[in-house]
Design a protein. Structure first.
Length: 303
């Protein structure tokens, strides 16, 4: 069946507005039992140079194996341009705001933050489709510190990260692979990248959570507003690509002009030195493979 491609911002937003689906996706990513996922107001797409980024924040309630529950803040970012991650990294370097609206005294300090990056491009030679980046605390002698941890203040400073390389998503080896298989861009429907051609027989019909996701994307594929939104995103991407191509060509032209200017400066210096050494303009032209008129003009300008 054909489903809307969740790589598009408008489709992804539509998907994550369903709290049941948000819990399913976040549970798979975090490898935790997410019992509640409270979405904060969605933030507008942010553009940093050539990167388009969609951001969504969730206050997530996790139930641990011992039955205790705790809150974390999940900051989810999705890019859909096949570009480098340098600008993305600079953008994410801005300090995140503290969590608000939590009345429980235990959580008055900043919540632990987990950053999730759904990247529409590959990160160099890293082959793993999903990368978990965890941080640890150390003392002066680089020995791990465990006493007194976890600590709300420390946890708020050492963000864990989950990086998903969408182009490397293939196969279904575990629960996360099953959930993220909806992003597999190898399933594009012909030349129409707005749709994915999913073999529904590959999914367990009794898996209610996966079926909810597929149904949501199936509905999105027939929603006029979402279809229009995807066309707008394609046009936006085309404009960005045209702009980047123009900038790249201009940069190359500037670089070439700079190289030519540097080479001409060396030639002028050589002509001057040879002329001061008593060599005739004709001999200089022969030795430097120049026209006689060029040599005479250089000598004239230096007089």
């Amino acid at each position: 069946m054909l489903i809307a491609n969740p790589i598009y911002d408008i489709v992804f937003k539509y998907l994550m507005e369903d709290e049941r689906i948000a819990r399913t996706i976040l549970s798979a990513l975090l490898k935790k039992d997410v019992v509640k996922a409270e979405a904060r107001p969605y933030k507008q797409r942010s553009k940093c140079d050539t990167i388009s980024m969609f951001r969504a924040d969730f206050v997530v309630t996790i139930r641990e194996k011992d039955g205790n529950q705790r809150l974390i803040l999940v900051k989810l970012q999705k890019t859909w341009l096949g570009t480098e991650s340098l600008c993305l990294r600079q953008y994410l370097g801005v300090q995140y705001e503290n969590s608000r609206g939590i009345e429980n005294d235990v959580y008055r300090s900043s919540l632990p933050i987990v950053s999730v990056y759904l990247l529409g491009h590959q990160l160099g030679d890293i082959e793993e489709p999903v990368l978990y980046v965890r941080h640890q605390s150390y003392d002066y002698n680089d020995k791990p510190v465990t006493k007194g941890l976890p600590n709300p203040f420390v946890d708020s400073l050492t963000n864990e990260s989950i990086i998903v390389q969408i182009p490397r998503l293939h196969g279904k080896n575990n629960r996360l692979d099953e959930v993220l298989s909806i992003f597999d861009q190898t399933k594009k429907y012909g030349h129409n990248q707005q749709m994915l051609d999913i073999d529904e027989s590959q999914y367990d019909i009794n898996d209610v959570e996966i079926q909810q996701i597929l149904h949501c994307l199936l509905m999105a594929a027939t929603n006029p507003d979402i279809l229009m939104g995807m066309r707008v995103e394609d046009e936006y991407l085309s404009i960005l690509e045209d702009r980047d191509t123009t900038i790249l060509l201009k940069d190359r032209q500037i670089e070439q002009n700079t190289q030519i200017a540097e080479q001409w400066s060396v030639i002028c210096t050589s002509v001057k030195m040879l002329h001061q050494a008593g060599m005739s303009a004709g001999d200089i032209a022969v030795n430097l493979h120049l026209e006689l008129d060029q040599v005479n003009e250089i000598i004239k300008q230096q007089q």
